[in-house]
Each structure stands twice: as C-alpha cells, then as structure tokens.
Write a protein of this length. Structure first.
Length: 766
C-alpha cells in the first residue's frame, strides 16, 4: 500500500485535451490514429469516428503540438476545437463547404456514370463503338470522382496502412484498368461488341469483357453513401449543437456612470452604450457579480440570482419542461433560458465554463466521445479488417483462376470482395446511436454520462428513491386548514399568516406563504411580536392577541383535537391558532409530495422496477408518503452517512440497484449504486456522483431516462447485429461469384447509411 501511495505522489499530473481529427473516412482510420497516439509514452487516447474527435489524456511533459504532429504523421489532420459555447453548428446545406463539395462531386459523378450503367445493362441501347463513349464518360468519374478515395489510399499506403479507401480505390482502378486493357489490346474495342448486365460473374470472354459500369457505378454509389452518411452524422449531432447555441451572444450590463469598468468596457471591449447606466458587451466578458438586464423575450445571459423584477422564465429548450416558471427577487435563474415576462435585473453567479449550460454541454460531449466495451471490440475488428479483406480478395482470384481457369470470372469475384467489404458500419454502429441518444436526452433534460450507463439501465431491477427533494418538494408547505365551529377560514389564515410572517422558522414561513397564496392579498401587520419558547409565536393583529403554536393555551374543541391527532399520526406538523385565548383552528404543515411522484412510481413499475423509499425521517412519516405514491417497501430513519450502506445491502441481496437523489448526503449512495440518477435541481456533489442527471426536478423524468437509455442500447445492438451480419453474409457471397461488383458497391454504401439512419430514429423518442 505504501509503495502505491508513493508512486501516486510522484507520478506526473495528467492533463486532458480534445482534438478534432480531419481526413478520417472509415473506422479503420480512427483505429489507426488511436493506435499511433497510444504508442506515445504517457498518452492514453480514444478516437471516435462518428464525432471525428480524439479524447487524449497525457502527462505534463508532453506538448499538444507533439500530439498533433503524431496525428499528422499518420496521414490525418488535428486541431484543438473552439470552446463548446463558441462553436458554430455545421449546417446541413450548401453553406457547409465539406458537404457542398461532396454534393458537387456526387452530382457530376452520377450524371456521367448513369449513361455508362444504362449502356452496359441494356443491349438495345448499345450502338457501334458505344464502349468508347462509355470510356469517355467513365474516365472522369473514376479519376476525378474517385479522387478522395485514391488520395486517401495513397496516403495510407505511404504510411504502411490500408483502410476502406484502399479497398474502394484498388477495386475501381482494377476494374477501370482491366477495361482499358480490353479496349486497347483485347477485342472489346471492336465495333459491334455487345454484352448485357449480369448479377454474377458470367463474363467468360476475357479479351472482350469491360467493367466500366463497375468502375463508374461503384464510385458514384459510394459517393452517394458518403454524402448520405455525412449529412446523417450532422443531423445526429444537431441536438448537441443546438444545446451549445442556447447561450446569449451579448448582454446588457448595469454600470455606474463614469465608473472605471464602464470606461474599459466601452473603449476597449467593443461595447456600446444601451442607455443610462447600461452597457452592452459580449457575454464572454461578463464577470461574477456583474448585474445585467434581461428584457422580455431575451435570453438570460448566464446563471444568476434575480435582484429586481417579476417574470416567468421559459426553460423548455434546456430542461424539456413546457411550462414557464415564475421567478422573483431572490430566485435563481439559468443561462440560456428565455425571459417570457417582465424586465429582470440579474446578478451573475457563474460565468463561462462554470455555467449550468456549459456543464451540460460538456457532459453530453464527453458521453458522445466515450466508447462502450462492445465498440472497442468493433474497433479491434476494424483495425485488421482491411488487410484480411485484401487477403480474401487475393485468395478469391487465385481460387477461381485455379478451379475454372476463367480470368474474367476470377477478376470479377475478387473486385466484388473488395467492394462489398465495409468496416464503416462497424465503426458507426455504437457512436451514432450514442450521439443521437445523448443529444435527444439533452433536449428532454436527461444527461447520460457515458455508454457504460446504458448497460446498467438494462440490468436494473430495483430503484431506491430518496424522499426529501425527490419524491417530495423538500420544502415545508401549508396543507390543511381546520376551523372551529363558527370561525371563518379566511380569518384564521389572515391572523395566523400575519404572526408567522414575522418569524424565520421553516414552519412559520410555510404558514405565512400558504396563507398569502390562498388569500391572494397582503397580510396585515403584526405588533408586539414575541417568540414563546416551547409554545410558538404570538403578537397583536388588528388589536387582537393571536398565538400560533404546537400547544394550545386552552383545551381544544373535540373536532380540532381529532384533526390535530390525525395529522400528527400521519407525520404532519399541526399548529393551533388562537385569538384572545380561544382556539380558532388547526393548520397542518408538511413536506409536500410532488404532484408527479405517484405517476412516476407507476411508470417505474411499468419498466419492471421495484421502488423503495429511503429517508432519514421517522417510520410513520415515511409510510405515509410511501402510501400516497404507491410504494410498498420503505427504509426509514437512515442517517445520511448510512445511505450508501443501505445500497450495498440491497446489492448483497442480489439486486441491481438504481438510486435517485438530489442532496449532498445522497452523493455516496449515488456513487455506490449500479446506476445513479441525480436530480439536476439538487447539489453539484450529487450531480457529479450520478450516472444520469435529470435536469428538472420531475421524478417522471427518471422513468424517461431509463427508457431512453434502454432504447439507445437496443439501437446499438441492432446496429452491431446488422454490421456484423452484413459482412459475415456478404463476403462469402462475393467470393462465391454471386454478386456483381456494382451491386456490391450499392450494398456497401447502403450498410453505413442503414446504421446511421437506424440511429436517427432515436430523435423521435418522447
């Protein structure tokens, strides 16, 4: 143990960076970059083909320039991405240069390749010397249209590697080169030559067989697949980009006239005066403690506390909650939400990367750049896939030539093997589903921390719910009002609320707030206020002596005594209201159960989970809350430090446990559980410890989070089954001569598009 501690103390501190990798065209490329980075001393890297990002952990002695240089030497590009909230979302239109260039190359290739394919397929269209027209049309497609494949293949070969581009380039150039030989030195260039399209390898006249339709058609089909894949990948990441774009770009800050900071803002930062005492500056120049104005319809620039004003805030884009939330002075607000009501003055409490929005974006991006164990298996297969396919193609050519002696048939089968193979689908299977699933989760207020979380959601059978702040609101609220015969409920509320308003006790605040809300009017003033130890509070309201407390100054009427006893037996706090020594009523106060908790429990049960209520409250209170929401199993009177032990005990019983909590005292239990779900309305410690973060405090979202995670996992498994199954079935068919190379090209392009499109179905999750 001592050696381990000493080693940890002397070990160089690790740093982490994320690089954007350019030039990757398939999963084999990602595997190569990852392998090269991991060969560096003190470096641990994970490269994600779908997001085109490398997450690199490195020791202090290594420079970022060294990491970038290693990637460049491997044949790709690398750069540090801009901060998340400064990124511009890639458009799915011609405004995106990469997509526009690919669209142009695809369009020209399809226009030129289509006549070549039709001439080859339909003998009736074949006129004298049609093959020379086919050559004229096919040459630009193979040379210019296929240039990205040839360039990438050459770059990889220079580095002693082979990727998907190698297979495409070798296959199409071989078909084109064979056709050139047949046209110029064989019999294929003679007038009157005819041939029809065949799905198999039936061309037996070696000197007259041309494959121009294969060379041009495969290039066009694979370009189509690349275009659809690129567009789909951008759509897959649209949710995260939308989240990053939620933040405001500038902010109207309050400054004192002539202050030093105002002068700096206006003169040195490009700020402009927006009115007396107001300066509009870029949001990245906002500092903690600054006060800024948010007008109706504007986005709140950063996390803060309302100093002045009353309004409603629309947080739907951030939390998925459709109903605006009322805010007033003293309430916390979140950057990126929209002020839907009146003018607010807000004091900034968090800025930049510390804001809730930035942290959400970072959590989602980290999850999307992580790898599940099954994806690592797929990556290992992709790394050796291309060399194996090259060997299979060579073996196919030799086998056909040795058995049949038919060079054309052997060549066709070998080209089909090269074209049909597709490691891209393997590389896209997991990350695209994770990309879409985590992005959709962010839109709904669900943050999934990583792919390993998905497997945990599948196995969970028990969900432990912390009571305070999770099942209940966590705040004392006024529940029932019982009045004596002849008394008026409004009078009781007015008098009790007036006296309690002068007290800071949680029960007093609950009574005062509840009374003001039910009356819909201001409470009368109180005079001669006094806090009576052991009894409650008293004071003069409208000239009358009013006392509110847990003990009555005189015996209670039978009805009020029964109401008080019933409330206390159910775990609620009962206070008696007297006026001039006469009991007027009994008020009950309790930590209110959230309106959605009962429905949430029903949803969790529908997912096959057994709910358990965990609380530090006494058994009576816990049983009352559990009965109200439909929970049978209760574990009460548990000290905060013992909650993790309860989770361990449940796991020792053979259960797979999920824990839902929101407080500091829940952090250890969340970390101990097989799956931790942290309520985003809770503390930072709980959110850090959880595997899933529920941005809004609605327990129903816990059921949605588990459903989304399970759906994402199912999609990943479906993608992998398709990707593996496609290659396992397609390669033997191609080697057996049962596929024409052009059909193989179409199938290969479709395989990647299928995986990405299947993942995009997660966007409709609700």
């Amino acid at each position: 143990m001592t050696g381990t501690i000493a080693e940890a103390l002397t070990r160089e501190p690790l740093q982490e960076i994320e690089l954007t990798i350019g030039g990757m065209t398939c999963a084999s490329c990602a595997a190569r970059v990852e392998k090269k980075l991991n060969r560096m001393d003190g470096v641990s890297a994970t490269v994600n083909y779908a997001t085109e990002k490398a997450k690199v952990t490195y020791s202090e002695g290594i420079q970022v320039a060294d990491l970038i240089a290693t990637v460049v030497k491997t044949g790709y590009t690398a750069e540090e991405p801009p901060p998340p909230l400064e990124e511009t979302p890639a458009a799915e239109s011609a405004d995106d240069p990469e997509l526009a260039a690919l669209r142009q190359r695809l369009t020209v290739s399809v226009v030129l390749a289509l006549p070549v394919v039709l001439l080859s397929m339909i003998p009736a269209l074949q006129f004298d010397n049609w093959q020379w027209l086919s050559l004229t049309l096919a040459a630009p497609v193979v040379v210019w249209g296929g240039l990205p494949f040839h360039r990438a293949a050459w770059t990889n070969l220079r580095h002693g590697a082979a990727t998907m581009d190698t297979l495409v380039s070798v296959g199409t150039l071989a078909a084109f080169g064979w056709s050139l030989w047949a046209l110029f030195w064989g019999h294929a260039g003679m007038p009157g030559m005819r041939h029809g399209f065949d799905l198999t390898v039936s061309r037996t006249e070696s000197s007259s067989a041309i494959y121009l339709e294969v060379a041009a058609g495969v290039v066009a089909l694979i370009l189509l697949g690349r275009f659809l894949e690129a567009r789909s990948k951008r759509r897959a990441g649209a949710a995260l980009r939308a989240l990053m774009e939620l933040g405001a770009k500038d902010v109207c800050v309050l400054r004192y006239e002539g202050s030093e900071r105002e002068a700096l803002s206006v003169e040195g930062g490009g700020g402009r005066r927006a009115g007396a005492g107001e300066v509009r500056i870029p949001v990245d120049r906002l500092a903690v403690g600054d006060r800024f104005v948010v007008r109706p319809g504007e986005k709140i620039a950063t996390d803060g506390t309302v100093i002045e004003g009353v309004s409603a805030v629309d947080a739907s884009m951030l939390t998925g909650e459709s109903m605006p939330v009322d805010v007033t002075a003293g309430d916390a607000v979140t950057g990126g939400t929209v002020n839907a009501g009146g003018r607010l003055v807000v004091e900034a409490t968090r800025v930049g990367a510390d804001t809730r929005l930035a942290r959400m974006a970072k959590l989602v991006e980290d999850a999307q750049n992580s790898k599940a164990e099954v994806q690592r298996l797929a990556d290992r297969i992709s790394a050796v896939f291309v060399p194996v396919v090259l060997l299979i193609a060579a073996g196919t050519f030799g086998g056909w030539l040795g058995v049949t002696g038919d060079t054309a048939a052997a060549f066709t089968a070998a080209v089909a093997v090269l074209i049909i193979a597709c490691p891209c689908a393997l590389g896209l299977a997991t990350p695209t589903a994770l990309l879409v699933g985590t992005g959709r989760g962010a839109q709904l207020g669900i943050l999934i921390k990583g792919p390993e979380v998905l497997e945990s959601t599948r196995r969970v059978d028990t969900v432990v719910l912390d009571k305070t702040g999770t099942v209940t609101t966590g705040h004392m609220t006024l529940q029932e009002v019982y009045v004596a015969q002849g008394a008026d409920e409004k009078d009781v509320l007015r008098l009790a609320g007036a006296v309690e308003h002068a007290s800071e006790h949680p029960i007093a605040r609950a009574v005062a707030a509840g009374a003001a809300k039910r009356l819909g009017a201001a409470l009368p003033p109180v005079e001669a206020f006094e806090n009576v130890p052991g009894r409650g509070v008293r004071g003069l309201v409208e000239g009358q002596d009013v006392e509110v407390g847990r003990l009555a100054s005189r015996p209670l009427p039978e009805a009020l005594a029964a109401a008080k006893e019933t409330a206390e037996s159910e775990g609620r706090t009962a206070v008696v209201v007297t006026r001039n020594g006469v009991a007027l009523g009994v008020l009950t106060v309790a930590d209110a159960i959230k309106e959605t908790s009962a429905e949430a429990v029903r949803r969790l049960r529908a997912l096959g989970l057994t709910p358990v209520l965990l609380t530090g409250d006494n058994e009576r209170v816990a049983r009352s809350v559990a009965a109200a929401v439909g929970i049978d199993e209760v574990i009460a009177e548990v000290l905060p430090e013992d909650k993790a032990d309860v989770i361990r005990r449940l796991r020792d019983e053979g259960r797979t446990v999920a824990m839902v909590g929101d407080g500091v005292n829940d952090a250890a239990a969340l970390a101990t559980a097989d799956l931790g779900l942290a309520m985003g309305t809770g503390t930072d410690a709980a959110i850090e410890a959880g595997d899933l973060t529920l941005v809004r405090g609605d327990l129903r979202v816990a059921a949605d989070a588990i459903r989304l995670s399970r759906r994402t996992l199912t999609t990943i498994k479906g993608n992998l089954v398709w990707a593996f199954g496609y290659n396992v079935a397609a390669l033997p068919l191609a080697a057996a001569g049962l596929l024409n190379p052009m059909i193989a090209g179409a199938a290969m392009a479709f395989s990647s598009v299928f995986v990405v499109t299947n993942s995009l179905r997660l966007r409709s999750f609700s």
